[in-house]
Design a protein around this ligand. Structure first.
Ligand code: KIV
Ligand code: ZN
Length: 524
């Protein structure tokens, strides 16, 4: 049976979230999952449930709330992992998938697992059979598949398919593969396992980008018989990342003349929105020249190119930017816009805010609207981002005054408001700090007021929208002493205020993590 439908399996919330500094909280993951559903990916890998209570809860919530795509949870080949994944994806009902994995390559068998080939096969089969006891839809991944002896890989594929795996995913875990060789490996698996030919089981690929070949390897695999591609929005993921969803989808579509007949169900007009959302939620900035979603992806600066574009767009453009969602900006809001208009625009942008959050956002919107003429969609999204914390007691910036100059000791006076959600009370606290510069002074005052000590490990400032009055958005990565980086974001027309807000956002996240860890009796 010929089946040229390519299944898009998105692992932004699992492999993507695994990269340092990209961790997202539940609210952020839900926002991303909602956008993935609008993007119409086929499968959302929502997390690795056994890893932490937070991961379990987010997979379970996504499985309950997100309609449309299949929801997958990752598990090692152990009963504890598989049981946790099964419980987490259960609310998705018939759309639940368990994804079990076990390393198969010689180097992993010998040095990581200390297990012989027959033991690996036995464990893989047991894992798949256990998962099959919970759901029909079971995926198996032989980790480091691309470096596994091909004849052993065939044996593993046959065994897990016989045990009930409906998808077998071949990971290029360390990004070692090159397209021709990887395509030949997939072809060999396809030709050796009758269920791959009949369509009873699907071959999937999961490529990492260490050599910049993840997209090319995925496309070579499709031509050789793979029918599922695992990928992430903006290509985020472990180390150099994973196959980029937008690149692989647009390559299949734009070069339909070459990839004849292959189709996927992704709504490409949602791509840019998805890219921006993931960038905001993960704190990973998209490089300007990134294919499809980078700011320069459709910018033509050379005079000859501009002239050609004006005469006929296709002279220098192989895709229509609108097909991936560029140029869908609406009329900007202004300080005169009402709460209903702001709420409607947020819905259009894909944000679902509670009444309390909408009220808080509306206050910030008015403050920003007073300072700048137009509030653009990106401005609004940046303001929402600064609020995405999940702490019962949240600090917010009430007042900031800084003095600085080349003959002055930089000093900041900060007043914070503490919302105690449980008691419904509001407290205020005020202090002043001196520092190496006005930002440092403000952060020191915040540390004193909140009782935290953060070290700023990374700091990025970008203009969110156009014009001299553009909102500046600061992304701060902060280490609160345990080596984990906590990302905070803040936006304002004043860059020092944006920095203080970003730092406070990270403080709130850190306090939230500490709160959750102490509830579970763990060290944060
Ligand atoms: O890269 C990898 O091997 C993985 C597996 C868990 C699929 O992420
Ligand atoms: Zn991976």
């Amino acid at each position: 049976m010929k089946n040229d439908r390519i299944i898009i399996f998105d692992t932004t919330l699992r492999d993507g979230e695994q990269c340092p500094g990209a961790s997202m909280n539940l609210r952020e993951k839900l926002e991303v999952a909602r956008q993935l559903a609008r993007l119409k990916v086929d499968v959302i890998e929502a997390g690795f449930p056994v890893i932490s209570d937070g991961d379990f809860q987010s997979v379970q919530t996504i499985a309950r709330e997100i309609k449309g795509p299949v929801i997958a949870g990752l598990a090692r080949c152990t009963a504890k992992d598989i049981d946790a994944a099964a419980a987490a994806v259960k609310p998705a009902g018939k759309r639940a998938r368990i994804h079990v994995f076990l390393a198969t390559s010689k180097i992993h068998r010998e040095f990581k697992l200390g297990k012989a080939q027959d033991e690996i096969v036995r464990l893989a089969v047991e894992g798949v059979a256990r998962a099959k006891g919970y759901v029909d839809n079971v995926e198996f991944s032989p980790e480091d598949g691309s470096r596994t002896e091909p004849e052993f890989l065939v044996e593993v594929c046959k065994a897990v398919v016989a045990a009930g795996a409906t998808t077998v995913n071949i990971p290029d875990t360390v990004g070692w593969a090159v397209p021709d060789q990887f395509g030949a490996l997939i072809q060999r698996l396809h030709d050796s396992v009758p269920e791959f030919q009949s369509g009873k089981a699907v071959i999937s690929v999961h490529c990492h980008n260490d050599l910049g070949l993840a997209v090319a390897n995925s496309l070579a695999a499709v031509q050789a018989g793979a029918r599922q591609i695992e990928c992430t929005v903006n290509g985020i993921g472990e180390r150099a990342g994973n196959t980029s969803l937008e690149e692989v989808v647009m390559a299949l579509r734009t070069r339909g003349d070459f990839f004849t007949g292959f189709a996927c169900g992704v709504n490409t007009r949602e791509i840019v929105k998805a890219s921006r959302l993931v960038s905001r939620m993960s704190g990973l900035v998209v490089q300007r020249n990134k294919a499809i979603v980078g700011e320069n992806a459709f910018a033509h600066s050379a005079g000859i190119h501009q002239d050609g574009i004006l005469k006929k767009r296709e002279t220098y453009e192989i895709m229509d930017p609108q097909d991936v969602g560029w140029g869908q900006t609406e009329l900007p809001l202004t300080k005169h816009s009402g709460r209903a208009a702001v709420a409607a625009r947020l819905r259009h942008l894909g944000f679902k805010l509670s009444d309390a959050d909408l009220n808080a956002l509306f206050v910030r919107f008015k403050q920003v609207g007073d300072k700048k003429k137009f509030v653009y969609d990106d401005d609004l999204a940046a303001l929402v981002e600064g609020m995405m914390t999940e702490v019962a007691e949240t600090w917010s910036l009430d007042y900031l005054h800084v003095t600085s100059g080349n003959q002055t000791v930089p000093t900041a006076t900060v007043r914070l408001k503490k919302m105690n959600g449980q008691k419904g009370e509001t407290e205020y606290a005020q202090d002043a700090g001196i520092g190496d510069g006005p930002v440092d002074a403000a952060l020191k005052a915040i540390d004193r007021l909140t009782g935290t000590t953060g070290k700023l490990m990374d700091y990025a400032l970008r203009a969110v929208s156009q014009g001299k009055d553009a909102l500046g958005e600061v992304t701060a990565k902060v280490d609160f002493g345990n080596g984990d980086l906590v990302t905070g974001k803040g936006a304002s027309t004043d860059v020092i205020e944006a920095s203080a807000r970003a730092y406070l956002n990270a403080v709130n996240r850190h306090l939230g993590q500490r709160q959750a860890a102490s509830k579970n009796g763990r060290q944060p």
